[in-house]
Write a protein that binds this ligand. Structure first.
Ligand code: GSH
Length: 201
C-alpha cells in the first residue's frame, strides 16, 4: 500500500496523521498534481491527491474515504469515538474542517491563478466568510475544553488541526484575529509526533 500525495496538501496531511496515529507504515509517494508530469491521473480520474494505492492496484480516494477505510482496517487505536452520537459529531467536524479547506483552496486559487483585475471580490468575500464562521464555531466549541469531543483527541481534532495548519501555511491572514482556544488546541496538536512529522512544506 502507498499514498500518493504532497507535503503541502492538507487533505494528504489528514491521511498521514491518521496513518501515523494508527501506527500504519505506508510510504508517501510524491506527485505534483499541478505538473504536466503528474502520474495521479493514472490512479484517480479526478486527478486529486490523496490517493491510496492498495497492493492489488485498487485505489482509494478521497481523504474522508481513505480515513474511514483505515479505521476499518486498523480499529485500534480508534480515530472515531465508539458511541454513535459522538461518532456522528466527529464526522461533522471533519466535514467542517474539509469545508474550511475547500473554501481556502478556492481563495488561494483565485489569488494566485488570476490576475488582480479578473479576481471576483464578492466570491472571495463569500469564501472568507465561510472560513471565519467555521473558525468562530470551532473557537466557541473549544472554549474551556482540551479536545473537541472527549478527553482524548479524535478525527474531529486531527481534521481541524490540518485545516488550521494549512491556513497558517498558505493564508495566515485568515487566522486573525487570534482565537485563543483554537490557537491553544492547535499548539497541543503540533506537539504530537503525527503533526510534527507532517508539517506542510
Ligand atoms: N475532497 C478531496 C480534496 C482533495 C484535493 O482537492 N486535493 C488537492 C490537493 S490539496 C488536489 O489534488 N487538487 C488538484 C486538482 O484539483 O486538480 C479530499 O478530501 O481528498
Amino acid at each position: 500500500m502507498q499514498l500518493l500525495g504532497s507535503h503541502a496538501s492538507p487533505y494528504v496531511r489528514k491521511v498521514r496523521v491518521a496513518l501515523h496515529e494508527k501506527g500504519i507504515d505506508c510510504p508517501l509517494v510524491l506527485d505534483d498534481v499541478w505538473s504536466p508530469d503528474a502520474t495521479i491521473g493514472r490512479w484517480n480520474p479526478l486527478g486529486k491527491v490523496p490517493c491510496l494505492v492498495l497492493d492489488n492496484d485498487e485505489c482509494v480516494f478521497d481523504s474522508r474515504v481513505i480515513v474511514s477505510y483505515l479505521e476499518e482496517l486498523r480499529p485500534d487505536p480508534p480515530l472515531l469515538p465508539r458511541a454513535p452520537e459522538d461518532r456522528r459529531r466527529a464526522l461533522v467536524w471533519e466535514a467542517l474542517a474539509d469545508g474550511v479547506l475547500d473554501a481556502g483552496v478556492l481563495i488561494r486559487l483565485e489569488e494566485t491563478q488570476r490576475p488582480p483585475e479578473r479576481r471576483h471580490a464578492p466570491w472571495l468575500t463569500r469564501q472568507r466568510g465561510k472560513v471565519a464562521a467555521a473558525l468562530d464555531h470551532a473557537e466557541r466549541a473549544l472554549a474551556g475544553r482540551i479536545w473537541l469531543l472527549d478527553d482524548r483527541p479524535s478525527l474531529a481534532d486531527f481534521a481541524l488541526g490540518c485545516a488550521v495548519g494549512w491556513l497558517a501555511f498558505r493564508l495566515p491572514d485568515l487566522l486573525t484575529p487570534v482565537r485563543p482556544a483554537l490557537a491553544a488546541h492547535h499548539a497541543r496538536l503540533e506537539e504530537r509526533p503525527s503533526f510534527r512529522l507532517t508539517r506542510p512544506s
